[in-house]
Design a protein around this ligand. Structure first.
Ligand code: KG4
Ligand code: ZN
Length: 333
């Protein structure tokens, strides 16, 4: 089975063709750069850019794999969560293709896509496993009981992990999005340069909270000169990042041990963070747990993960009808 995946939930316009063995046969993606000057995503600009890019990006994908009604078996499209305007562009494009080409359509939850990104890395991955979804909009710890059957173990009380990276990057004048910039600067910095506070929860509560840390960074920077900031940029990034990583890794490892689950799969943009990958690797080895990460390009938003999730759902007979709608706050369960 070969599925065309379409992802337009935020500021990426992406297409990919994936087969039932989780092999990516072709992909094309456009990442919007127009938001940088505003320090965050402007929804109206995002949806307009989606409209401008949807056909050119599809054509780029078609040049890599001849997408026709004869070469694919179905169309999987993100139907939420995300920005309504952006979602609508991909969803309607997917519906039109499915209708015109008489192919089955399936709506995919974007968060489920981030979980399936791990299947692209490890086609043999099988539930049960724990998954930590860490993106710009979500921080969720989930038990994957079976494919497409999830229990939420914990989530963030305030900001998402990626949002914390982006807000601190903004405080440091690094521009938007800032996660990968902090990651890079932190490699040259000293993690112990300053001890920012971390949020703590009761035993058995796998919760996350990042807004206190972000405020602590803001307060710390308040009386620091531009010269100090510049000369210690890497140190500040490393000290902040270390706290985020600790707050993500420890509850996840604890949950895995409490529930006696041996495999953890991480997904979402923050899964691209080099220190997160390293820290999970260390803790995994220490506790005898297997920790899986998607390839870098499948951590951030992409269509291959949507195609992979859609392929699984279509394969077991699920179909969406043409009244499928985009749901901005679509929950995972
Ligand atoms: O999954 P994603 O592409 O979009 C959402 O669904 O939100 O995640 C984007 C988020 C942004 O907040 C970005 O700053 C963060 O992922 N991010 C990173 C890194 N690369 C992307 N955060 C930390 N370290 C990175 N290397
Ligand atoms: Zn995402």
């Amino acid at each position: 089975m070969r599925i065309l995946g379409i992802e337009t939930s935020c500021d990426e316009t992406a297409f990919a063709v994936v087969d039932s063995r989780s092999q990516v046969l072709a992909e094309a993606v456009y990442s919007q750069v127009e938001h940088a000057e505003f320090g965050g995503i402007v929804p109206e600009i995002a949806s307009r850019q989606q409209l401008r890019k949807i056909i050119p990006v599809f054509e780029t994908c078609q040049r890599k794999y001849p997408v026709t009604p004869d070469t694919i078996d179905g169309i999987a499209v993100t139907c939420g969560p995300g920005l309504i305007g952006s979602l609508m562009v991909g969803l309607n494009f997917g519906k039109a293709l499915a209708y015109g080409w008489n192919l089955p359509l399936i709506g995919v939850n974007h968060l489920e896509g981030h979980i399936f990104a791990n299947r692209l890395a490890e086609p043999a991955l099988e539930p049960p496993f724990l998954t930590l979804i860490v993106s710009g909009g979500h921080t969720l710890l989930v038990k994957v009981e079976d494919w497409c059957r999830y229990s939420i173990l914990g989530s963030t009380r305030d900001d998402a992990a990626g949002e914390a990276f982006d807000k601190v990057a903004k405080l440091l004048g690094l521009g938007y999005p800032g996660g990968h910039k902090i990651d890079k600067l932190a490699r040259e910095g000293d993690r112990d340069f300053h001890r920012f506070p971390k949020s703590q929860f009761k035993a058995g509560e796998y919760q996350f909270s990042f807004s206190g840390l972000k405020t602590a960074v803001a307060v710390y920077l308040k009386d620091k000169s531009a010269e100090f900031r510049n000369s210690h940029l890497g140190d500040i990034c490393a000290a902040f990042q270390e706290r985020v990583i600790e707050m993500l890794v420890m509850p996840t490892i604890t949950a895995a041990r409490d529930l006696d689950i041996r495999t953890i799969a991480v997904g979402g943009g923050v899964a691209a963070n080099s220190r997160l990958r390293e820290a999970f690797g260390e803790q995994g080895r220490l506790h005898g747990l297997r920790v899986i990460f998607p390839e870098f390009r499948y951590c951030t938003d992409n269509a291959a993960m949507i195609a992979a999730a859609g392929c699984y759902r279509l394969d077991r007979g699920e179909r969406a009808t043409l009244d499928l709608t985009a749901v901005p706050y679509l929950p995972l369960v």
